[in-house]
Ligand binder design. Structure first.
Ligand SMILES: Nc1nc2c(c(=O)[nH]1)N[C@@H](CN(C=O)c1ccc(C(=O)N[C@@H](CCC(=O)O)C(=O)O)cc1)CN2
Ligand SMILES: [Mg+2]
Length: 311
């Protein structure tokens, strides 16, 4: 088999265009531009790139955007004061604090300080709870899993019912919310992690395999059921001669020989994370104005299935 490449970069570009259009419509109708506030602490090179991309793309969509850069040795009180200032700013509808935060800072304390209605990362316990209770339409869903769902539906169609989804990794940012979203889509869900017995055998049972463990090329050819769809969330920088290159959690060439469809790294899930952040910010602005969520991200290729609520 030669897998179809799921082009997350192109998908994200189309979605971002729709977001820009909807932001323009909102501004014309109400005079309100969606506002995004980003907090960056320290000088982690990758975080600087991600934050710059978020701010640049928000502005390209016509959003108002504010970026607060704090020194690596900023105190927890200083970071919390910055979050409070954005919470209080009526022009800001969405706030994110870029992770990871420097050692010594209580990341939970900081992420929980973001008001739930501005929590466009979906990290606030209220949003986590809404998602867990099957109320994702009222929640902000974390951006990476939201993007993975869109790519999955693009590959497999809107109805994922009955598929066996295996998620490698149980992080709060990806693995756990991904499990909730797949469950809401009526998949049978297995979460596998570092303590699970026989990871290759668990993965071989997957119609949908989502790898999010941060271990370069952990998933090999014989971990993949022929015809599976593979979503690679890993972004690992590895040495390559005297340079470095990015690889996912999946050995790409090996997996592409087995799978029906696969996301590349780079150019797969990563760009979707940023597009979904913009979409959450657009939704936050609509909710702030008591308007229904915009019909962006809900077209055929984006459409969620009805959630089965019976046990
Ligand atoms: N507050 C948050 N912090 C972090 C999140 C998040 O969603 N919210 N996710 C990651 C980092 N991240 C966004 O913040 C992110 C990571 C990667 C990409 C991306 O587009 N990657 C490219 C490759 C980039 C490269 O060359 O290095 C790709 O995969 O094509 C976007 C966003 C942790 N922190
Ligand atoms: Mg990627």
């Amino acid at each position: 088999m030669n897998a179809r490449v799921i082009d997350g970069k192109a998908f994200a570009a189309r979605l971002t265009q729709d977001i820009a259009q909807a932001a323009g419509d909102l501004a014309a109708r109400t005079g309100t531009r969606p506002g995004l506030g980003v907090v960056l602490v320290g000088e982690d090179a990758a975080s600087q790139v991600y934050v710059r991309t978020k701010t640049r793309q928000a502005e390209a969509c016509g959003f108002h955007s504010v970026q607060a850069d704090l020194a690596a040795d900023a105190s927890q009180a200083e970071i919390l004061a910055q979050v409070e200032a954005l919470n209080a700013d009526p022009a800001i509808h969405g706030i994110l604090v870029q992770l990871p935060l420097p050692k010594g800072i209580d990341a939970d304390r900081v992420t929980q300080a973001v008001r739930a209605e501005k929590d466009v990362d979906g990290f606030h316990y209220l949003n986590i709870g809404r998602l867990g209770a099957g109320k994702q339409d009222q929640a902000f869903v974390p951006c990476t899993p939201a993007g993975c769902m869109m790519l999955l539906r693009d590959a497999l169609g809107a109805d994922l019912s009955g598929r066996h989804a295996v998620i490698l990794g149980r992080s709060n940012i990806v693995g756990k919310p991904m499990a909730q979203l797949l469950l809401a889509a009526n998949c049978t869900v297995t979460i596998a992690h570092s303590r699970s017995a026989d990871l290759p055998a668990l993965c071989r049972g997957a119609d949908i395999l989502v790898a999010a463990v941060g271990r370069p090329e952990l998933v090999r050819r014989d971990w993949i059921k022929p015809g599976a769809v593979v979503i690679d969330v890993g972004i690992n920088r590895v040495a390559s001669g005297d340079k470095s290159r990015l690889v996912g959690d999946v050995a790409y060439d090996e997996a592409a020989a087995q799978a029906q469809a696969i996301t590349p790294v780079p150019g797969g899930v990563g760009p979707m994370t940023i597009a979904c952040l913009l979409l959450n910010t657009l939704r936050a602005a609509h909710r702030h104005l008591n308007l229904p969520d915009p019909a962006v991200g809900t077209g055929t290729a984006f459409a969620p299935t009805t959630t089965e609520t019976k046990p």
